[in-house]
Design a protein. Structure first.
Length: 226
């Protein structure tokens, strides 16, 4: 029997859900600022109807743990928890920035390094440097962090070679492309999509890396939430 994975991403200016069923990924995407649990559940119910599935048929729920919009993070987690409670569904929390990196390489198979930047408001960005190893597993050069665009440029001074850029931070702060010697391949408008979480969740599923319901910790990267 093939594995069924439901993925949910609500941390930016869009709602995205995906369902892996019988080897095919079905998706729903809405670019919207309407952030509420009912809206996400409508998209999920639509996917379940199209694929002739029930929630009880799902094996794994993957959800973004952040960083990103505070309300969006909480909604995604709450929906995932609500669906999993009482059904013994496995849960996998996935980084928003890691999801961005996974989506970036779909469009560029020659570059295996991604600089991710999402607008964090207050003149800051959520930032991470992801690279694929020889086993096609993502690893971080450093911790995911929140910093100013100027600090990101300073970080890029310590890097070299060719990178893909992903996330809306690059569009909002175009100066990120200046003041360093990196060769950057821009994918400015890429968003963290639920469909890109599916492949990441499959790796975690294979390795037994699950998130216990009682141990879910949102990743905000900022102590003060506004």
């Amino acid at each position: 029997m093939s594995i069924k994975i439901l993925a949910i991403s609500t941390v930016v200016e869009a709602c995205s859900v995906a369902l892996l069923n019988k080897g095919t990924i079905h998706t729903r995407f809405e670019r919207t600022n309407q952030k509420n649990s009912n809206y996400v559940l409508l998209l999920i119910n639509d996917l379940l109807q199209v694929t002739n599935c029930e929630i009880s048929d799902i094996d794994v729920i993957a959800f973004c743990i952040g960083p990103g919009n505070f309300t969006g993070i909480r909604i995604g987690i709450n929906v995932a928890q609500g669906l999993a409670i009482g059904r013994n569904l496995k849960m996998i929390g996935i980084s928003t920035l890691k999801t961005l990196a996974q989506g970036a390489i779909k469009n560029n198979r020659t570059v295996r390094r991604v600089l991710t930047a999402i607008d964090a408001r207050m003149g800051e960005i959520y930032w991470a440097e992801y690279e694929l190893n020889n086993n096609d597993i993502w690893f971080l050069r450093d911790l995911e962090t929140i910093l100013s665009p100027n600090s990101a440029i300073e970080r890029m001074h310590t890097l070299n070679g060719e990178w893909i850029t992903a996330g809306n931070g690059w569009k909002i702060y175009p100066n990120l492309y200046k003041g360093h010697q990196l060769s950057l391949n821009p994918l400015i408008n890429i968003l963290p999509l639920a469909e890109d979480m599916i492949s990441l969740a499959r790796i975690d599923l294979k390795n037994g890396n699950f998130t216990k319901l009682e141990h879910i910790k949102p990743v905000y990267l900022r102590d003060k939430i506004t």
